[in-house]
Design a protein. Sequence first.
Length: 804
Amino acid sequence: MLGALAIFGAVASYGAPSPRDYPFKPVPFTAVHLHDIFWAPRIETNRAVTIPFAFEQCEKSGRMDNFERAAAALKGEALANKRMPPYPFDDTDPYKVLEGASYALAVQPDPRMEAYLDELIAKIGRAQEPDGYLYTARTIDPEHPHRWAGRERWVRDPDQSHELYNAGHLFEAAAAHYQATGKTNLLAIATREADLLCKTFGPDQLHIWPGHEIVEMGLVKLYRATGNGRYLELAKFFLDVRGPGGDDYHQSRIKPVDQTEAVGHAVRAGYLYSGMADVAALTGDERYLKAIDAIWENAVGKKLYLTGGIGAMGAGEAFGRNYQLPNLTAYCETCAAVANDYWNLRLFLLHGDSRYIDVMERTLYNGLLSGVSLDGKRFFYPNPLESDGRHERSPWFGVACCPGNMTRFLASVPGYVYAQKGDALYVNLYAAGAADIKLDNGQTLKVTQETRYPWEGQVRITVTPPKAARFAVLLRIPGWARDEAVPGDLYHFADRTDDRVSLKVSGKSVPVKLEKGYVRLERKWKPGEVVELDLPMPVRRVAANEKVADDLGRVALQRGPLVYCVEWPEVKGGQVANLLLPDEARLSASFRGDLLGGVETISGNAVSLRYADARQKIERSPVAVAAIPYYAWANRGRGEMSVWLANKEEAARPLPFPTLASTSKATASAEGVRPDTRALNDQREPKSSGDHANRFVHWWPHKGTKEWVQYDFPKPARVGAVEVYWFDDTGVGECRLPKSWQLFYHENGEWLPVKNPNEYGCAGDRYNRTTFETVETDGLRLELQMQERFSAGIHEWRVEPAER
Ligand SMILES: [Zn+2]
C-alpha cells in the first residue's frame, strides 16, 4: 500500500483514475516532510497532544458511548439509558479526530494510536444498522429519535437532523484512514452507508438536499478512494437538488449554480463551495465554476476579515452584509476558516492562480491557527479581531466541531505546500523541509527548502532531479510581497516600501516576472541547483476599504503573511482600546525566542488617550507598545486585544476620567454567567441600546430573573442621582429593557431603598436619570427585574456625587 501512498493527495485522485480532474494537483502531504521552525512543532503538538486530548474529550462527553448504546439497541438489548446525544451531529467529532489521527499516522507510525483507531472503528461499525444507516441519534431509540430528527429517516435533513452531515464526515474520515493506513475497515463502513444513500436519493428517488453540506465533498473523496462513479453522481445530485425555495442560511434560496453572493452559515457555505469545485473539476460542468468564481469575488472583495476569517455574524454563524465586518463581535468560526482554506485550495487547483493561495495563506497563518492555543489543549470557536476581555479559549465545547476540525486540518498542512501540473512544479507555501516529487511527465525530483519563514523571507530552494532535466519550477510571490494586501480592494497597504523581491538561480539574478502570481523558472535543471528567493518583510500598515465602518480611522499591522495585534500584556496598564498609533510612529521588528513559543514582535511608541476632566477633555501621553502575531493571542489570560488600532483620534476610546463610579469596585449577581462588570463604569458611550460593539454587562442566559449590580465606593460619599443606559439586543439576541428596577444604598450592613426617587426609567437608546434624597453611603446597588422570558443588560451606570 505504501507505494500507492505517494500518489495520494489531500484532494488528488487515487483509486481508479478519473478521465477528468483538477488541472493542478497538490503534492500529497505524505511526500512533503516539514522540519521548519513554524509548522513542524505545531503539527507535532497536534499529533502528540491535541489528537489524544480530543479523543479523551469525546470519550468523557459520551460521544463514544453513543456508538456503544446504538450497537446494544441494534442487538435488541434493553438500554438502561436511552437518552439521546445532546446534538445529533455528535458522531462527527470522533470522525473528525479519526481523520486527523489518520493523517498523523501516515507521517509518523504509532502502533498504539493505530490500535486505538481500529477499536474505535469497530465500535462505529457495530452502531451501523444492517442496511448501512449510521446515526446514533436515531438508532439508540428509533421510537423516540433526537428531536431535531424526523420520525422517518432523512426527512428533516434539509432543516437540522444532520444525518447527511454525519455521513459526509464519516466519508472524509474513511478516505483519510484508507489513504493513511491502507486498511479498509472504516472504508467498508463508509461505503455501506454511501451505497444506502445511492439507493435512497437520486433523480427518480428521494429529492432532499443536505441541510449542512459536506456529504458532497465526502462522496467525492469516496469516489476517489474506490473509483465508484455512483458516488460522484450522487455528489452532483445533492448539488443539483438544492434550492430554490429554501433560505440563505442553508444556501438554498436559489440554486447553487445561480448563486453569486456568499450567504448564510459560513461553514456550510464553505463546504458547499468546496463540493461544487470538486464536482466541477470531475464532471467539467462549467456552471458550478462560474458560480463559485462569482461567490469568491464577493467573499474576498467584501466579506473577508484581514485575518482570513469568514462569517461575521454570531446570529446564524453567518456571513454578514457586504462590508459588515465588526471586530469585537466577529464570529469567524474556526471551522469556517478551515472551510475557507479547503475552498481556496480547490480554486487554485482549478485556475492555477496564486491569488487563491494568497487568501489560503492569510487564513492559515492567522484566523485558522488562532483557533488552537499554543499548548494544543484550548480552542476558540469564534475568532474575534478585538477583545475587551470577554473572550477566552475553552478546552472543549458542547458543540465541538472546531477542535476536531483543527486536528484534521493541522495534520494535513504539508499537503498545501506544493502542487504540480504537467512538467511544472508549483511552490505555493514556504516552509523548511524536503519533498519527493513526481511530475505528471514522469520526472522525479527532490526539493528542499531552507528558510526561517514566516519570520524571515529568505528562502533557499535546492532542486535535485536524478540527472539534468528540463522542467519548470514556479515560485509563488505572495501578494503581501508585491504590495497587494488582498486580491481586490477590501484592504490595502497604507504605507510605502521600497523593498523589492529578488531572485537568484545558481547565484545569478533572475528578473521577477509574474504570471498569475508566479515566477516561472523553466530550464534544464542540474542536480542540486540552488534558487535563492528573498521576500522582504518590512512592517506594513494595512487600511480597510472605507466602506468597512468598523475599521474607519484604524490601521492594522502585518509583517510577511502574519497579521499582528496588540494584546494587554504588551502595553503598560494593560489597556489597548485607548491607544492611538500615529502614522509617523516608527515601528521595528525583532525576534523574541522567550515569548509565546518564539515570535517576531513589532514595537514602537503609541499615544495613550485619557479623559482629563468630566467634560471629556483629552490628555495624551506616549506609551511603548509591542504587537504580537494574531494567532498567538489569548494564551496569557483574558484582557484587551485589538488587530485594528486607531490612527485617528475619533476611533480610540480614551481611558475614563476618575469619577465616583469609575473608582468604585463593580460587582454583579450571577457569577455563574460572569457578567463583565468593567463595562458599567468604563465611560465607553454606546451608540444605542443595541450597540453590540460597546462593552456591556448582561445576564444571559438567565431570563426573567431578578439581578443586581453594585458599586462599592472607595470611601463614603454623598450621592443624589444616578444614570443608567440599558442594553437591548432585540432582533439579535434575547436581552431586552428591564421590566422594572430599584436603587438601594448601603447603611450598617443593610441595603435600603433610596428615598423619594423621581422615577425608575426603562427607556432604550438613552440614559435614564433618577434623582433621590441625598444620602451619604459607601455603596449603591441597582436591582432589576427582567421581563418574563427575556434577559437584560446594562451598558453604563453613572453615579453623581451630591453638592455639599
Ligand atoms: Zn466549528
